[in-house]
Design a protein around this ligand. Structure first.
Ligand code: URA
Ligand code: CA
Length: 432
């Protein structure tokens, strides 16, 4: 088999066999197929697409390019949730204990934040003492005993994807649905779960800027998952503005606690229930999505979800008393309001720019090596569609420096006030 023939085949719009895809991914991972051939192939895919079967085969070839996590020692159906990335996206912090409270195993491998998006591990580390440096054996044991544990990414997962994603980045071939879908799904499948729930974001703060693009990606990922024997569902949700009110590590822990108490921001709660009911359903714990939602509401009402969060924090070394005494979370030295300059309705709060402002305050990293400040961030006092009077606070800046003029300028530029505006749709579609 020769790579040049496979490139020509795809260039001419023909379908590659599983063996051909396997040959290509393996050769590329090992280095026998050079970057220039792989980039020509990626460009051919950009123009000629891949069939559902090719997408599934590409995904599995990337899964088998490196280590896979074996979660078979954990009892029950393991359901993982993946978000395509957002700003102030507090959902995992809420969903993990919420679903675990229904006796569903949550074996979560998470990452740190980069750029305008935050990472679940950073957020959890805002709880004093909490750590993810546990062994694989401890991880499995904790999920078996308390149904929930979080571990950092480890091992050599999907090296083919790492190499190909970096190549796509510099060859203008990132934006090809078959390549994005197989890239994301290969990482989820290698991480070992039985079923997958996807939160595909759309809007300014998201990877997919339009609803149509997000729908196409969601359908592509759901079909890959189902074709390779991992039941998959997706929610397409808004990321034109930040989710909930809190953006920042300790602030989002507080927001998750409020939401687990049933007192969180409505949009965050609604999205957690939409994703949560798919998780409960796929785990085989409910006969319908409606029943699943009722079960989730019940563990919020009866306090089991919040109790599970405390148990989880304590089991990984965290100070669970933060749940009842939030002042024990890291606190910023300054709280500075951002007053509206005019009367009107909030028409836009650009999620990407607001996320970047939070990052520049110290809540996130510009490069992987940056240290973050767990206490700082932003608390929105208004959201898109809300009425605001001149002088009223749009948001509160939690900072560890007194002069935040640069941040205020960025925030003003990211917020639009108009004579009329409506709240955006939160959930655009459900893909099952
Ligand atoms: N995120 C990924 O992990 N892969 C892509 O190809 C695009 C976004
Ligand atoms: Ca939030």
């Amino acid at each position: 088999m020769r790579m040049v023939d496979l490139i020509a085949k795809k260039r001419d719009g023909r379908e590659l066999s599983a063996e051909e895809i396997q040959f290509m991914v393996q050769g590329y991972t090992e280095g026998s197929i050079p970057d220039y051939q792989m980039s020509a192939f990626a460009m051919a895919v950009f123009f000629k697409d891949m069939t559902e079967r090719e997408r599934a085969d590409l995904t599995m070839a990337m899964v088998h390019s490196g280590d896979t996590i074996d979660l078979s020692a954990i009892e029950g159906v393991k359901v993982d949730k993946h978000s395509t990335g957002g700003v102030g996206d507090t959902t995992t912090l809420v969903l993990a204990p919420l679903v675990a409270a229904l006796d569903i195993p949550v074996a979560k491998m998470s990452g740190r934040g980069l750029g305008h998006t935050g990472g679940t591990i950073d957020k959890l580390e805002a709880v004093p003492g909490f750590h993810v440096e546990i062994t694989k054996e401890e991880f499995v044991e904790r999920v078996n005993t308390s149904r929930i544990a979080v571990i950092g990414q480890s091992g050599n997962l999907t090296p083919a994807d790492k190499k190909l994603y970096a190549l796509r980045d510099v060859t203008a071939t990132v934006d090809a649905v078959p390549l994005i879908a197989s890239s994301i799904m290969s990482k989820k499948i290698a991480a070992g779960s039985d079923a997958i729930v996807l939160d595909v974001k759309t809007g300014a703060g998201a990877f997919m800027k339009t609803v149509d693009d997000a729908k196409e990606l969601a359908h592509a990922m759901v079909s890959i998952g189902n074709n390779v024997g991992r039941r998959t569902m997706a929610v397409i949700s808004d990321m034109s503005q930040p989710l909930g009110l809190a953006i920042g590590n300790a602030l989002e822990i507080q927001e998750a606690i409020d939401t687990l108490r049933g007192k969180g921001p409505k949009d965050l709660e609604e999205l957690c229930l939409a994703l949560g009911r798919q998780m409960v359903y796929l785990a085989g714990k409910a006969k319908s999505l409606e029943d699943a939602e009722e079960m989730l509401q019940e563990v919020i009402r009866n306090g089991k979800a919040l109790a599970k969060f405390k148990e989880f924090l304590a089991s990984q070394g965290g100070d669970a008393s933060v749940v009842d005494q939030p002042e024990r979370l890291p606190q910023a030295a300054y709280r500075i309001e951002l007053p509206a300059k005019q009367d009107g309705y909030v028409a836009a709060m650009a999620a990407d720019e607001i996320g970047t402002a939070a990052m520049m305050l110290g809540a996130g990293r510009a490069t992987k090596e940056d240290e973050i400040d767990l206490a700082v961030g932003l608390m929105l006092n208004k959201k898109v569609g809300d009425l605001v009077r001149a002088g009223e606070s749009l948001l509160t800046i939690h900072a560890n420096r007194e002069d935040v003029q640069d941040i205020m300028d960025m925030l003003y530029a990211s917020i639009t006030i108009a004579d009329q505006a409506e709240a955006p749709v939160l959930i655009y579609d459900i893909v099952t």
